[in-house]
Design a protein around this ligand. Structure first.
Ligand SMILES: [Ca+2]
Length: 430
């Protein structure tokens, strides 16, 4: 796709005595026709830039006082019937009267000037001391006249027997031009062997700049490569070192020495668990339910109560709908994992029945696939507000801990009820 700049130009060129002759005809086009192209070409040396003007208007304001006044032919004044004869007489008189002669050339390349036409410059008397001639009619019968970048429109003055311009004479060219500059992207198809499509001139400049930078880098590549080899080796050693550190951290976090804050089960104070660590900020503030600010409790369904009841440290009554596989879950948040070695459960406070009998404790890090941590069977609740506890081997690190009811509860239903849930083990962060 070519990019085209269009600019409209106006031009006024004033010629006076002796400034033009037929030996060295002069251009009447704006100098920007070539100047703008040259400036762009200097900026984008690899681009194919084409430039051409279209002449829209080209007028000539004329005042010739240095010769005798032009006399219109009799046939015109008296109105000859035949328009053809009238025109013939007029043309003859133009070229037979005292006159200056202006020649208009189209220059093709160097030294090839093609005469497009001539015009007689007359003294039309004091009434018409300034008169207008339309030079477009000499160049073309179309609305505009194109001039390519290496071409030019020249004018010269021929001595038709009455000399060139004198001090009393004056001619003024007035032109309106449209200048088209086109940069063709095709020239960049082979830059560095890459196909590059250019949307704007700035991108074009960027491509050239980058190309130059690449060339500079390549030209000094010998020392750069030596330097880079050392740098790469050093970097490789650092990466290996970091890998070792990371591996040791991973190993520690999954191994026998967990990283973070630990709360193991204490039968004298079952509520002193990982949730308590979060809720008191490791014992520094009074307990605040970490749900929902730090953790997010949820359940398969809510029949009575609220999921905040799991961790509010109040003896209360939550239970799910009477549905198989009912579950409750705690999301410890994206910044934390827990490794559990035990789970505590307080039976609900409101009614002695529907206590869980068998629970499956599961962990997940994506809330999608869950791994079995422990299978807690025959829990044995016999009353409301009882604490029960199960211990198991420390688990891998999980963000989500889900406790799912397996089989029927103490009342042979599927309601999953609780008054509070306790988590023991290690939490990675508060
Ligand atoms: Ca509670």
């Amino acid at each position: 796709m070519p990019n085209t700049i269009t600019e409209s130009l106006k031009s006024q060129i004033h010629f006076s005595q002796g400034s033009i002759n037929n030996t060295t005809p002069v251009s009447i086009l704006p100098s920007t026709n070539t100047a703008l192209k040259q400036s762009l070409q200097a900026k984008y040396p690899s681009a194919v830039i084409s430039s051409y003007l279209e002449i829209r208007l080209l007028d000539l304001s004329v005042k010739i006082d240095s010769i005798t006044e032009y006399e219109l032919p009799e046939s015109v004044i008296e109105g000859v019937v035949s328009p053809v004869g009238q025109n013939r007489d007029l043309v003859r008189s133009l070229w037979d009267n005292p006159r200056k002669q202006l020649n208009v050339y189209h220059k093709f390349g160097i030294g090839v000037n093609r005469l497009r036409g001539s015009i007689s410059l007359l003294n039309k008397g004091s009434v018409n001391s300034y008169y207008l001639e339309n030079l477009m009619g000499i160049l073309t019968t179309e609305a505009s006249y194109p001039v390519s970048a290496n071409e030019d429109i020249l004018i010269g003055l021929a001595d038709a027997g009455y000399g060139l311009l004198l001090a009393a004479d004056e001619i003024l060219f007035t032109g309106v031009f449209t200048h088209y500059l086109t940069v063709t992207n095709d020239s960049f198809l082979n830059v560095n062997g890459q196909v590059i499509e250019l949307a704007t001139f700035d991108q074009l400049q960027s491509v050239i700049t980058n190309t130059n930078n690449t060339a500079t880098a390549i030209s000094t590549n010998a020392s750069n490569i030596a330097l880079n080899t050392t740098a790469i080796n050093n970097l490789g050693a650092k990466i290996t070192s970091l890998e070792n550190i990371i591996n040791s951290l991973i190993s520690a976090s999954n191994g026998s020495t967990p990283i973070g804050f630990t709360k193991n089960y204490n039968s004298a104070n079952p509520s002193d668990d990982l949730i308590n660590l979060l809720g008191t900020n490791n014992g520094t503030v009074a307990y605040v339910n970490p749900h929902p600010s730090k953790i997010t409790n949820s359940a398969s369904s809510v029949e009575v109560g609220n999921v905040s009841f799991f961790t509010d440290r109040i003896n209360n009554d939550f239970y799910t709908a009477n549905t198989t596989n009912s579950w409750v879950m705690v999301d410890f948040g994206s910044a934390r994992t827990v490794r559990l070695n035990g789970l505590g459960w307080k039976s609900r406070s409101a009614f002695n029945g529907n206590h869980p009998a068998n629970l499956i404790i599961e962990g997940s890090n994506n809330n999608s696939s869950f791994e079995l941590i422990a299978n807690w069977q025959n829990i044995g609740f016999t009353n409301v507000t009882q604490d029960r506890y199960t211990a198991f081997a420390i688990s891998p690190a999980y963000r989500y801990i889900r406790v799912r009811q397996s089989g029927l509860n103490s009342s042979s239903s599927n309601f999953l009820s609780t008054g509070e849930i306790y988590f023991y083990g290690t939490i990675s962060a508060l």
